[in-house]
Design a protein around this ligand. Structure first.
Ligand code: FAD
Length: 584
């Protein structure tokens, strides 16, 4: 059986059009007012063709070949990557959600999200290169000077030039306040960047003529010290090629010192970079680099969550096909209860997470484009709350979910040519980069819930209560979905109150609760997604799609949702001291 990809277009449309009712939201956003469901569906169908016909064939060969550093210090990507990227740019795909004023197509992020899911499913390593574009575009658009925008924004938006995000250093991973790369001001308004960055995805490659780095550095005049910690960080745009009125210009003073050998995404060059007084320009205010970078990171975090979703879809649909082909004990293994549990669990989780991830994208769309200012503000707080959950929960299941259905393949799942082992390896990194999943959990609980006084959470809980009421009113047969959702709303409220109380006595208490709290909120969102999906499926004419959807959503309710109680309970136990870990 060939490992292959068929975009789940029917489910994507179901989520976008029926569960989220995105076309109604587009009509309320002046920028999307002309867009209808059919046009959106046509865009997705074309993206699906690119993903499975152009991109997916480069996935396994690119994994085996990997990237290389040539004698001149230039990074070479695997065979076929350049051609796929050229087709991607010619199709206008990089600029899908960007402003038409900068060469973009001005389409909603929710359509872009569906495309990102497809690209990650088909070739995560390749997708690493264009995946950072949108965040770089947003950051330069919001914080760049007019000169920087004129020089870089259009080229980044259209994908003519790719971008990289350079934060990590050997001594500074999660703790960015420890980073040491320096940016020294020059008389002409530029800065000279010196330092050593590691693990920089796509710092160099052969897909675009220029690569634009957004580097986090300490701005300090010679002999002076930048403020300590994250307060001293500034964001600097450092291109590979410096501008020249006559064309490409001169090579900037940074070098790729090496490419990491790693577990997965071999087609993505993970580079160690040395900046040797490289020329750059500040993006945003001096010492406010982290705030500017957060804009890029939030969009990047949604994209990383979509990587996890793509991996789950890829693994699940191939496991399903395999389960129907593989016969043991005189019948397809798809009939065995143990395999049915694995597959139904994977389907219910993947479909639930699709609704959650696209909900976050829709919230970002509404936060930027809705005609009503109050609605924009509500959507912005919801987007901020959902982003860390999407990043952490979808990437957790991107890896663990793919590994779970790897079991369906038996021994063949461990063999390269069956494909799923690559998905499992590729999926693992998404739990780590763009802020580890532990950092996401702290972001959710400390910044998005406690620091905000629970306001954003209240918006989410209200939306869930409204869905419970709608589901209950739609059909008596759906009462169990409404009840389960209300139960999750209660658990979220009670647990948040308990943590708030515990934090008054011990500031460490939320840190002990954070990971379980995030998983609890993710289950609240699953309960919302399954209820809304069941209601939407029930409203359709009976068909194999709607019947299957109802069965899978009910499976989630009965077989998956009960585990939420363990996470809520553990989060509420955050007042108890944790023993120290000890070396043996
Ligand atoms: C393939 C790959 C691609 C990457 N791409 C990029 C890139 O393009 N640009 C870039 O700048 N970086 C990139 N990174 C770096 C990545 O973002 C970091 O690895 C990540 O931020 C974690 O930093 P660290 O590896 O130093 O781990 P550490 O920060 O040392 O963390 C180790 C463990 O401790 C936990 N931990 C640390 N602090 C806390 C805390 N306060 N609370 C709870 N737990 C904590 C972490 O969650 C983790 O489990 C990439 C890494 C890889 C492997």
């Amino acid at each position: 059986m060939a490992y292959s990809y068929t975009a789940p277009l029917a489910d994507m449309r179901f989520v976008i059009e029926r569960v989220l009712e995105a076309p109604a939201s587009w009509r309320a956003c002046p920028s999307f007012a002309e867009l209808d469901a059919e046009t959106g569906a046509a865009v997705l169908a074309e993206a699906a063709r690119f993903a499975s016909e152009v991109l997916q064939p480069t996935n396994a060969p690119g994994d085996l070949e990997g990237c290389t550093l040539d004698a001149q210090g230039n990074v070479r990507t695997p065979a076929g990557y350049r051609e796929a990227y050229r087709a991607f740019v010619e199709g206008g795909w990089p600029a899908l959600p960007c402003d038409p004023a900068w060469g973009g197509q001005g389409l909603p992020l929710v359509l872009d999200a569906a495309m990102r899911e497809m690209l990650s499913a088909c070739n995560h390593g390749w997708n690493m290169y264009p995946d950072l574009l949108h965040g770089a575009y947003e950051t330069i658009k919001a914080h760049g000077s007019e000169e920087l925008k004129a020089r870089y924004l259009g080229k980044v938006a259209t994908g003519e030039w790719l971008a990289a995000m350079a934060l990590t250093e050997p001594g500074a991973g999660s703790d960015l306040g420890a980073l040491r790369t320096k940016a020294e001001p020059r008389a002409d308004g530029s800065v000279a960047v010196s330092g050593h960055k590691i693990f920089i995805s796509g710092a160099d490659h052969d897909l675009s003529d220029n690569v634009v780095h957004l580097v986090l550095a300490r701005l300090q005049a010679p002999g002076e010290e930048a403020p300590p910690g994250t307060r001293g960080l500034s964001l600097v745009l450092v291109p590979k090629w410096l501008p020249s009125s006559q064309g490409q210009g001169t090579r900037n003073a940074w070098v790729v010192e090496g490419i990491e050998q790693k577990m997965g995404i071999h087609g993505s060059a993970t580079c160690a970079v040395r900046y040797e007084g490289a020329t750059g320009w500040l993006v945003g205010e001096p010492h406010r680099g982290l705030a500017a970078m957060f804009l890029m990171m939030n969009s990047a975090r949604l994209h990383v969550g979509l990587q996890g979703l793509g991996h789950q879809e890829m693994a699940t649909q191939n496991a399903l096909r395999y389960a129907f082909e593989r016969e043991q004990f005189r019948g397809p293994i798809a009939g065995l209860p143990a395999m049915r549990h694995l597959l139904l669990r994977a389907q219910a989780l993947t479909e639930g997470q699709r609704a959650i991830a696209y909900r976050a994208a829709l919230a970002i769309d509404e936060a930027h484009h809705h005609a009503d200012a109050d609605r924009r503000a509500l959507a912005a707080s919801l987007a901020a709350l959902l982003t860390p959950v999407v990043k952490a929960f979808c990437t957790h299941h991107g890896f663990h979910g793919a590994a779970a259905v790897q079991q369906v393949f038996g021994g063949y799942g461990y063999v390269h040519e069956f494909g799923i082992e690559q998905t499992v390896r590729d999926a693992r990194i998404a739990m780590v980069y763009e802020g580890t999943n532990e950092i996401q959990a702290i972001d959710l609980l400390q910044r998005k819930v406690l620091a905000d006084g629970g306001r954003a959470l209240a918006v989410l809980l209200e939306e869930c209560e409204a869905e419970a009421a709608r589901t209950a009113a739609a059909d008596p047969a759906l009462a169990e979905f409404a009840a389960a959702l209300r139960e999750q709303v209660d658990s979220a409220g009670q647990t948040t109150a308990a943590i708030t109380e515990a934090a008054k006595a011990d500031a460490q208490a939320p840190l002990r609760a954070a990971d379980d709290y995030l998983v609890g909120v993710a289950h609240l969102l699953l309960a919302w997604a399954w209820a809304a999906s069941a209601r939407s499926a029930k409203a359709m004419a009976a068909s194999p799609f709607s019947e299957g959807k109802l069965q899978r959503m009910r499976y989630g309710l009965v077989h998956i949702l009960p585990q939420a109680a363990v996470h809520w309970q553990r989060a509420r136990a955050c007042g108890l001291a944790l023993p120290a870990v000890q070396l043996p």
